[in-house]
Design a protein around this ligand. Structure first.
Ligand code: AMP
Ligand code: GLY
Length: 425
């Protein structure tokens, strides 16, 4: 088969690596890809939102299956564009990607179908939002309705902060159109768990649990980022939590989307909070998580191409997912200063140490080739160093060991990825 992956970050590198393991794949392309992905796929210089060019390319190269990974093209109808041209594509159509694309939609869906989540109200004007806040309990959470690179969520401790937040989102439009409508919701506390699943419209198969570290600095301090590291599985995702979620969250979400005429095929990422009253949905994503994918796929035994096809064909009920009985940790190597100001273009050395090191992976998030053909830093998050181990502690020690294998100027990482593991003992 000929396969095209759309995207160019660490998540896409992990997907490309996993796809490249399939004996069914004769040729793999990635648009636009990056310097690490170039090791396993031929990178094509087409942007993820250039649907016309992507479809043309897929037709010309007789691509059998395209995997659309990032949220923006999914929300804008990339899968619909491929299907309209008679091509097979993995991922939700536009009318289903709204599960992530609109927080107001997903909150209304959960309310209508009794799926446990934080209590909330939706507002279309700053006046109504400000009036509501006067009598609301604090802390409180404000969320821009639309896609905001995972940054459109404000946790406000006081009424003043909350009012300022409404102004930031709705008047200053810090996240553009995404803030035309906002959701204001109850503040919850508890551990966060990410659960990735495959969905074929009717059936759902859970992959495994993971946990992300979103803040830039140790101790969960500093600004929110795209993710500084992950581990899988989460020791807090117990059998009891799993049973509850299967009964009240996973299948009910798939059934709800079908009942709404928005059949969901692709990956649903459940962002859960384990509160003292039980698991609650914090958010849905309509795609693989980044950097959750970098710890989930190295543990997956199945041929992922088979699973992609089962999702498209509606035959996931005949597929069982299998995961290694081990653990994985991913530590993100970022550029000093991320997520604010940082420099790029520094040469990365030591990458070759990962070749042939079983159980060790270096997934490139932001890297590129310079004019001499060296691999240089090309983003805030540069690399995701993943290692597996027989348990979480072993995986963590392996991953931190391997962070020393690569060097570049301004290399920055958190030193406490997976620290929560110790609290689970
Ligand atoms: P979201 O993009 O909706 O997942 O929100 C980003 C982050 O904000 C989450 O990972 C949580 O850490 C936090 N968050 C979101 N909603 C709530 C809530 N209702 N209560 C407490 N924290 C929240
Ligand atoms: N790691 C969180 C996300 O992919 O949205």
């Amino acid at each position: 088969m000929k396969i095209l992956i759309v995207g160019g970050g660490g998540r896409e590198h992990a997907i490309a690596w996993k796809v490249s393991q399939s004996p069914r794949v004769e040729k793999l392309y990635c648009a636009p890809g990056n310097a690490g992905i170039a090791e396993v796929a031929e990178c094509v210089d087409i942007g993820v939102m250039e649907f016309g060019r992507l479809v043309e390319f897929a037709k010309e190269k007789k691509i059998d299956l395209t995997v659309v990974a990032p949220d923006d093209p999914l929300a804008a109808g990339a899968v619909d564009a491929f299907e309209a041209a008679g091509l097979r594509a993995f991922g939700p159509r536009k009318n289903a990607a709204i599960l992530e694309g609109s927080k107001a939609f997903s909150k209304d869906l959960m309310k209508k179908y009794g799926i446990p989540t934080a209590a909330y109200e939706t507002f279309d004007t700053p006046e109504s939002a400000l009036a509501y806040l006067e009598t609301a309990p604090m802390p409180i959470v404000l969320k821009a309705d639309g896609l905001a690179l995972g940054k459109g969520v404000l946790i406000c401790n006081t009424l003043e902060e909350a009012k300022e937040g409404v102004r930031t989102l709705m008047l200053d439009k810090q996240f553009g159109e995404a803030g035309n409508r906002i959701v204001i919701e109850e503040f919850m506390t508890g551990r966060e768990v990410s659960v990735l699943s495959f969905v074929d419209g009717k059936n759902i198969r859970i992959m495994t649990s993971a946990q992300d570290h979103k803040r830039a600095k140790d101790g969960d301090k500093g600004l929110n980022t795209g993710g500084m590291g992950t581990f899988s599985p989460s020791p807090f995702y117990t059998d009891e939590v799993d049973r509850f979620c299967r009964q009240h969250i996973y299948q009910p979400t798939v059934d709800a989307m079908r009942a709404e005429g928005r059949e969901f095929k692709g990956v649903i990422f459940f962002g859960l909070m384990l509160t003292k009253n039980g698991p609650r949905v914090l958010e849905y994503n309509a795609r693989f998580g980044d950097p959750e994918t970098q710890v989930v796929l190295p543990r997956m035994k199945n041929d992922i191409v088979d699973v992609f096809e089962a999702c498209i064909d509606g035959t996931l009920d005949q597929t069982e997912l299998e995961f290694e009985d081990n653990a994985a940790v991913c530590v993100v190597l970022a550029s000093q200063g991320y997520p604010e100001h940082y420099e790029k273009g520094y040469k990365i050395t030591g990458l070759e140490k990962f070749a042939g090191a079983e159980g060790y992976y270096v997934f490139h998030a932001g890297s590129r080739f310079d004019q001499e053909g060296n691999i240089v830093t090309g983003g805030g998050r540069v690399l995701g160093v993943t290692a597996v181990g027989e348990n979480l502690k072993a995986a963590r020690a392996n991953a931190y060991g391997a962070t020393e294998w690569v060097e570049f100027d301004n290399k920055y990482m958190r030193h406490d990825i997976g620290k929560a593991i110790d609290e689970a003992q």
